[in-house]
Structures are given as C-alpha cells and as structure tokens.
Design a protein around this ligand. Structure first.
Ligand SMILES: CCCCCCCCCC(=O)SCCNC(=O)CCNC(=O)[C@H](O)C(C)(C)COP(=O)(O)OP(=O)(O)OC[C@H]1O[C@@H](n2cnc3c(N)ncnc32)[C@H](O)[C@@H]1OP(=O)(O)O
Length: 170
C-alpha cells in the first residue's frame, strides 16, 4: 500500500494542466473508485472532455445491492470519485463536504453507463459540482451534486499513521 507521503509526492504532476481528451491519473493506486491496484475497487477510468470529465463505467457482482442491481452506495462512490477528477482541472486538491445523489432508475450490473461531471461554480475554497449517469439510450439514471472544499496537504496527513489491516479476520 502506498504511503500518504508517496501519494503527496506524486500530486504536483497530477495537478499540472491536462490536455482536452487526456486520460486522467487515478487519485492513487488503491483508491476505492479509481485505483488500478485495489482488488475491491471500481477501477474507474476518466478522461478530460473540455471543461468536463467523462467515463464509461460497468458495475459488477462485487457492487451488488438488490440482485442484478448496483448498490446505491457503490453508485455514490463512483459519482463522488468522478468529482475528484474535476480537481485536476482546478489545479488543487479538495474533499467532499456534501454529496447528494438522486437515483432515477436502477443501475444494472454488467451494463455500460456514461458519466459526465462538471464544475457549476467556484467560490473561494468552495467548488459546487454536478454529475449525470446515463444509459446507452441517453436516459438519466442518476444525478449527483456536491460541495467540495479545497484543503491543503495537512488534511491528508491526518490518515498518515493509520494503517489497519486489509480485511477483518472472520
Ligand atoms: C487527489 C485529490 C484527492 C481527492 C480524492 C477525491 C476522492 C473522492 C472524494 C472523497 O472521497 S473525499 C473524502 C470524504 N470527505 C471527507 O473526508 C471530508 C471530511 N470533512 C472535513 O475534513 C472537513 O469538514 C472539511 C475539511 C471538508 C471542511 O472543514 P473546514 O473546517 O475547513 O470548513 P467548514 O466546514 O468551516 O466550511 C468552510 C466553508 O464552507 C461552507 N459550507 C460548509 N458546508 C456547506 C454546505 N453544505 N453548503 C454550503 N456551504 C457549506 C461553510 O459555511 C464555510 O463557509 P465560509 O468560508 O463562507 O464561512
């Protein structure tokens, strides 16, 4: 598992400008939503598209709520993390202060959905953001809005000495 200091050391590069269309880097290798090395993760892959961020995502059996349907918390995780990619466009880290998700239709496992997020407005440390998740016919299945607050590196160091085991013994 990568340490907080190792993660922070890579952040300056991540917050450099990214070209339109660029593949955006994961927040870190074990991030629950986008980390490629997290076996329990969503492995979300996100690109910049103009001033928005864009992903095509498929939930699988690890994310099941009702049979065949993604758990609402899993959907919220992915939408929250998608917002985290907008931060690369702002050039500064921030964290979720408030997140609201509207679930319009069940999100089916094994089906591709298109996700788009944008910054609605910025006021000082505050970033107001919105995201949509649509099915392949363009139908809106979920809508999220959130307030992110810019924080400095000290925020992330709060977890630096906290490294519980990966899983609880049964
Ligand atoms: C590479 C970057 C890494 C990012 C990864 C992204 C991953 C995906 C996102 C996440 O999972 S983040 C993890 C979940 N979030 C957290 O763990 C955050 C936990 N909360 C905190 O640590 C603190 O609450 C926080 C640092 C966010 C804010 O504490 P502060 O004491 O700095 O701010 P405060 O609560 O006083 O609010 C600052 C301003 O926002 C305003 N505010 C707060 N809540 C509001 C609200 N709900 N609506 C409107 N305004 C609000 C508040 O009134 C105030 O306004 P003014 O500055 O004008 O006085």
């Amino acid at each position: 598992m990568t340490s907080v200091e190792e993660i922070l050391a890579t952040w300056l590069d991540k917050f450099k400008p990214h070209e339109d269309g660029a593949l955006l880097p994961p927040h870190h290798d074990h991030c629950l939503a986008c980390g490629p090395d997290n076996p329990h993760g969503h492995h979300l892959v996100v690109h910049r598209r103009g001033e928005e961020v864009h992903a095509v995502h498929v939930f699988d059996q690890r994310h099941v709520g009702a049979p065949g349907i993604a758990h609402g918390g899993a959907v919220a995780t992915v939408l929250d993390d998608l917002f985290g990619f907008l931060l690369y466009l702002t050039g500064a880290p921030a964290v979720t202060r408030q997140l609201e998700v509207r679930y319009d239709s069940p999100v089916l496992l094994g089906v591709a959905y298109e996700l788009v997020a944008k910054i609605v407005r910025a006021e000082g440390r505050k970033l107001f953001v919105e995201a949509e998740m649509r099915d392949t016919s363009g139908g809106l299945v979920a809508f999220a809005s959130a307030l992110f607050l810019r924080v400095d590196e000290a925020h992330f160091r709060q977890g630096a000495s906290n490294s519980p085991p990966l899983a609880r013994p049964i």
